[in-house]
Write a protein that binds this ligand. Structure first.
Ligand code: DON
Length: 304
């Protein structure tokens, strides 16, 4: 039996010695206030054991990690009809790029880049009675935690500087791939990105993707085929133009966010979340990527 706590501590110690050349995201002003030296890891085994180091119980802005949860909800609601409005190919481009969207007639490359997540948000708006409330309840149910909530401060901060997302939403609207009002869709999207969770809550929420669609409480939320597909999308698209590098170095499906969080999982085995706010030039956590590389190398646990 591996000594997981000792492994997490070794990783923590070794990363204290690394010069952190990453930069905290500043294009959402509220995120720039987060101290660069925060660092946490939480590991949740499918058998129920939990291990933590560092700041794993401090809340972070989950940002793009929320795109996996909104994708899951949309899949649950509309099934494969989703694929008529968003593709499942890696983009090889940064998360906020728009050029492919125009070249490909308003069909985003995948649901994890911003334009794709905005289409998914539009689908949720069309199918949920009280979209923001219902989506938050879905996340709370997956994580089995009623305390999870939106940060209105982060939502407002992102709205004020969200020019790129306004451009994406307007382009989608022009192509007929946005059915609701741009403002309403972006209000939902900015809220989903502003959800605050700690590393442990993230591993709880993502348990469903390691457990064939059943959440912590054994409720079946997704079919095993949907889970297979969501994990495939995380593996191929979860890190944008660094998805190849993450698969190469870490070898797990996962998702990053510009709040510095990363969640990854090994189906039928574990979910793991890291938090280190400073990002590399591709918008993924500089130390989080290294922590996960060390974890799968030391434990020899990856999908490959
Ligand atoms: O829309 C945005 O730009 C942010 N709310 C989310 C971007 C993000 O987290 C990219 N991930 N690394």
């Amino acid at each position: 039996m591996l000594d997981y706590q000792a492994i997490l501590e070794e990783i923590h110690e070794s990363l204290k010695k690394v010069e952190n050349t990453g930069k905290v995201a500043a294009y959402i002003p509220e995120l720039a206030n987060v101290p660069k030296d925060k660092f946490g890891i939480h590991l949740h085994l499918i058998t129920g054991e939990n291990y933590s180091v560092g700041d794993a119980s401090e809340k972070l802005s989950i940002q793009s990690i929320s795109k996996v949860l909104s994708l899951a909800k949309a899949f649950q609601l509309v099934g494969n009809d989703l694929l008529e409005r968003v593709d499942v190919e890696p983009s090889g481009h940064p998360f906020n790029h728009l050029s492919l969207l125009e070249l490909e007639d308003g069909i985003p490359r995948n649901p994890l880049i911003n334009s794709g997540a905005i289409v998914v948000a539009d689908i949720l708006l069309s199918h949920l009675k009280n979209p923001k409330e219902d989506f938050l309840n879905f996340v709370r149910e997956l994580a089995h935690d009623e305390t999870i909530s939106y940060s209105e401060k982060v939502t407002e901060s992102e709205r004020l500087t969200g020019f790129n997302n306004y451009a994406a939403a307007n382009l989608l609207k022009a192509y007929g791939n946005l059915h609701n009002d741009v403002e309403d869709v972006l209000d939902f999207y900015f809220h989903q990105c502003s959800i605050m969770m700690d590393c442990r809550q993230l591993t709880n929420a993502f348990f469903v993707f390691a457990n064939k669609g059943k959440c912590l409480k054994n409720v079946q939320h997704l079919t095993s085929s949907q889970v297979k597909r969501i994990n495939a999308i995380m593996l191929t698209c979860g890190f944008y133009d660094e998805a190849g590098e993450f698969a190469f170095e870490v070898g797990l499906p996962g998702k990053s966010g510009v709040g510095g969080g990363i969640v990854a999982l090994l189906p039928h085995c574990f979910t793991i979340a890291t938090w280190a706010p400073a990002l590399n030039p591709k918008g993924n956590s500089y130390l989080g990527m290294q922590a996960l590389e060390q974890f799968t190398t030391k434990t020899k646990l990856s999908i490959f």
